[in-house]
Design a protein around this ligand. Structure first.
Ligand code: TYM
Length: 326
């Protein structure tokens, strides 16, 4: 088993655009990693089927996400950028892997438990979700998985499955490691909870600047007056600010919180200014890519060809170890 560092990550096209949590927790790190290691990035549309029930919306979300990957500066010639459903091998591997995993592991997964606790009917895809994610990772023998903190458990499942498979059939899969950033592992949303599509507390990376400013102004804070001293660490405005600011800027704002005399309204305006300045070039590039859907489709085709090459090799090795398809 050849183990060299291979980076892989994926994002679900479940909304019309990614949000600042996706960007700060995961995507922002993709570019630097792609410069030092072989990297694959994936539009995980099969996972999105657990929630998206509208084919047009799914197609548009996939385009938006592909443009998002490209707009952060990923070089499609240097990385493998592809769409999960273009690689049918992933579903076959998911079945093989499912046969190595106790069903109780899936029942205990937090995303599944949360979905059940909501009282809604939970589809079987939601339960199999970590299995398909393990297949995403193991199909490409990826070893370094840059993600936000909420994906840690999924990567542990992928490790457990890889270990079980290797134990029974001989070494095929290297064990993947999560790469969770120290800053931005769990970005807060407008209400102070984790920023998430499902809580509707997010700031979209490609939203109109005016809308972003309006959303930032609506961030929930306590009711301290401008004059009062404030605790930066418990304030969502500050928590977001520090993710965009330099160390000196962060310390300066923290100091002004502690001293008193700084109103939340003012801190919010400083945050909006900083966010908009940093995302402006990404937004411009995203709009440009969105006007070139055919170019994006071509790039995804090329990416799929590269990904399928690796997928085919892994699957052949897996089938041989299992004794199927011979
Ligand atoms: P998804 O689409 O929910 O989120 C994409 C990435 O964004 C991160 N993220 C956050 N990080 C910090 N703070 C937040 N508030 C926040 N919200 C989202 C997520 O941690 C993730 O890194 N299961 C994955 C998709 C997936 C995948 C894979 C990832 C499928 N196959 C293989 C890695 C490797 C998911 O639902 O991500």
């Amino acid at each position: 088993m050849k183990i060299s560092k291979r980076v892989l990550s994926g994002i679900q096209p479940t909304a019309s655009m990614v949000h600042l949590g996706n960007y700060l927790g995961a995507m922002r790190h993709f570019l630097e990693l792609s410069k030092e290691s072989e990297s694959l990035f994936c539009v995980v549309d099969l996972h999105a089927l657990t929630t998206v029930k509208d084919s047009e919306a799914l197609k548009n979300n996939c385009r938006s996400l592909t443009a998002a990957y490209l707009s952060i500066g990923l070089d499609p010639n240097a990385v493998t950028l592809f769409q999960q459903s273009h690689i049918p091998e992933v579903c076959e591997l998911a079945w093989y892997l499912g046969c190595q995993l106790s069903s109780s592991t899936l029942e205990k997964a937090h995303a599944y438990k949360d979905a059940k606790a909501s009282g809604r009917t939970v589809n079987a895809g939601t339960m199999y979700y970590p299995l398909l994610m393990a297949a995403d990772i193991l199909l490409y023998k990826a070893t370094a998985i840059p993600v936000g903190a909420d994906q840690k458990q999924h990567i542990e499942v992928a490790r457990d499955i890889a270990q079980a498979f290797n134990f029974h059939f001989g070494d095929v899969f290297p064990l993947p490691e999560p790469l969770i950033p120290e800053e931005g592992a769990q970005v807060v949303g407008l209400d102070g909870r984790k920023m998430s599509k499902s809580y509707d507390n997010y700031i979209g990376l490609f939203e109109e600047p005016k809308k972003i400013t309006k959303k930032i102004k609506s961030i929930l804070t306590d009711s301290k007056t401008g004059e009062e001293k404030k605790d930066p660490e418990s304030c969502a405005v500050f928590k977001l600010y520090r993710l965009f600011a330099s160390a000196a800027e962060t310390e300066n704002l923290a100091e002004r919180y502690r001293e008193g005399g700084l109103g939340y309204g003012h801190a919010k305006l400083e945050l909006a200014e900083l966010v908009l300045a940093q995302i402006e070039p990404i937004q411009a590039s995203w709009h440009d890519w969105m006007s070139r859907p055919d170019d994006m489709a071509d790039l995804l085709k090329e990416g799929a060809a590269k990904a399928r090459q690796i997928a085919g090799e892994t699957l052949a090795e897996t089938r041989e170890k299992l004794g199927v398809g011979l």
